[in-house]
Design a protein around this ligand. Structure first.
Ligand SMILES: [Cu+2]
Length: 293
């Protein structure tokens, strides 16, 4: 093992020296797509396995299938991809969907064991308070402070929310009982010069939020989950009935007309953006046409 460490230190270039996680921040108790980014092998040898240990409190972890790699899941403990090989000079990502631990304000570690045949690189070190960055750091995910859910009534017109390159407006949903499901809609405008993608959503008002599209099959409208919704550069996408929408599964409380519920959207480039959805009547087909001055 001593020899291996020396070898790694000698050959790893600082920029690509680590197995890293993307994103590095997420909401607590939220469904989050995590990509483990592997930019090199082990001192020249090709990668043949990536084993990720899950932090305590990760209630859901689902690996994304990867052609050429076999997946092994130990529920609540670890996810491993074995196969490849991934050449030393190639880059790849290993993706999973997790429900993050409910520990807002903490950073949780996802220790990764990278195997290259017989050679092992253990990205498992976590620095204590005030300690220097370790040489073989475990990927860390910072969990944001939990936001207090918005309660009660508010103005029916929700103001636009703006990230650096995205603006979100006219967020709305429909009245529904606790435990039922609902749909969320919002218009997303991309003022940037690069396309962005909506990759995940979560809300304290729902136990799970999925991205869906609607398809017509004969006379029947069906819904299908989608991985991402692309927002073209300089364009906009309206999530609306009959098209893309967010599915709010397992409402944690009843949604009454006039309330607003917060919804957190995660974009590939813009990161996390929170928008309020105004609750409209059960049969509503669009956002309220409120007074605008
Ligand atoms: Cu749906």
């Amino acid at each position: 093992m001593k020899k291996l460490l020396a070898l790694l230190l000698a050959t790893a270039s600082p920029a690509m020296a680590h197995v890293t996680i993307d994103p590095t921040e997420a909401s607590p108790a939220s469904y989050t797509r995590l990509a483990f980014r592997v930019g090199h092998g082990c001192g020249g040898a090709a990668t043949t396995a990536i084993e990720v240990a899950l932090p305590e409190g990760t209630t859901v972890a689902r690996p994304m299938a990867k052609p050429g790699w076999e997946i092994a899941v130990e529920p609540g403990a670890s996810i491993a991809w074995r196969g490849g090989p991934l050449a030393d000079d190639r880059y790849d990502e290993f993706v999973m969907l997790v429900r993050t631990p409910a520990r807002g304000g903490e950073a949780v570690a996802f220790p990764v064991t990278q195997r290259c045949g017989e050679t092992v690189a253990a990205w498992t070190q976590v620095a204590g308070e005030g300690e220097a960055r370790p040489r073989f750091p475990a990927p860390l995910l910072r969990l944001a402070q939990a936001a207090a859910p918005t309660q009660g009534h508010a103005a029916p017109q929700t103001p636009a929310v703006t990230a650096a390159t995205l603006s979100l407006e006219n967020g709305w949903t429909r009245a529904a009982g606790q435990g039922r499901q609902g749909a969320g809609f919002v218009t997303i405008r991309n003022t940037g010069t690069e396309p962005d993608r909506l990759v995940a959503a979560s809300s304290p008002a729902a136990s799970r939020v999925e991205l869906h599209t609607s398809l017509r099959e004969g006379d029947v409208m069906r819904m299908r989950p989608v991985e991402t919704i692309e927002i073209p550069a300089g364009g906009s996408v309206a999530l609306a009935p009959g098209g893309f929408h967010m599915m709010l599964l397992g409402l944690t409380r009843s949604l009454e007309v006039g309330q607003v519920i917060p919804l957190s959207l995660r974009f590939e480039r813009a990161g996390q953006v929170t928008v309020n959805l105004t609750v409209q009547a059960a049969g509503a087909r669009g956002p309220a046409q409120g007074h605008q001055h």
